[in-house]
Design a protein around this ligand. Sequence first.
Ligand code: ARG
Length: 262
Amino acid sequence: MFKKKKGLTAVFLIACMSLFLAACGGQEAGGKKSGSGGGDKLVGGTEATFAPFESLNDKGEIVGIDVDVLSAIAEAQGFEFELKNVGWEPVFQKITNGELDFGVAGITITDERKETYDFTEPYYQANLVIIVKEGSDIKSVDDLKDKKVAVQINTTGHKAAQDILGKSNTNIKAYENQPTAMQQVRNGSAEAAIGDNAVVFEYLKNNKNTGLKVIEDASFEKEYYGIMVKKGNKEVLDQLNEGLKKIKENGKLAEITGQELN
Ligand code: ARG
């Protein structure tokens, strides 16, 4: 008798949950359910100060490797998308609350993020580097322990700084974006910055005579970028992964990134 009652409760709970999920589904950002045009348009978010992956051109349009990868995927799959420059932390928040279908922002696939989000297969391999002033006595990760280190907030660079200096060390200075973190080394507010390699090299290419140099340290592990969706959003994830597989196979991805991913 008792057992039976328990079973019924479970059935009732599941029914409630499905109703709840159905209700939530209507508010999702894009997908098939809503979207202004009522079409298949997916809505994504990014933080566009991260050249060569995403930055704003003269017309204020978001351009870069991530946009090209996404466009190629969308073309292969036949869906439309809109990409919004919402800022780094909002990318995560807005995917969680359903305002965005996905995030593409040079986002490293990490075990911690995988607890809350799902990622596509990797589309780019990266690693962190250290940025210091030319003539600095910092030579490696070990020399950072008692230095002021600037990072972009809640990035893998931030996490690396916490691992090196200690999680709540006030010498870690966290900023909204990576260029601002590098700027701190330039103006002397920080002695080093930690950031994603391709973005650092692009910054130095675009800003001559910064007086900055790069230190590569083998202790930074390889990172892989993936497109991120809310955990369990299989529909969008499958769509992205299928397209990604196609552009890996036909050589389009390598053409865009200049990188051969296995
Ligand atoms: N790859 C690093 C991470 O995932 C940094 C990404 C920052 N991206 C950006 N568009 N600002 O933590």
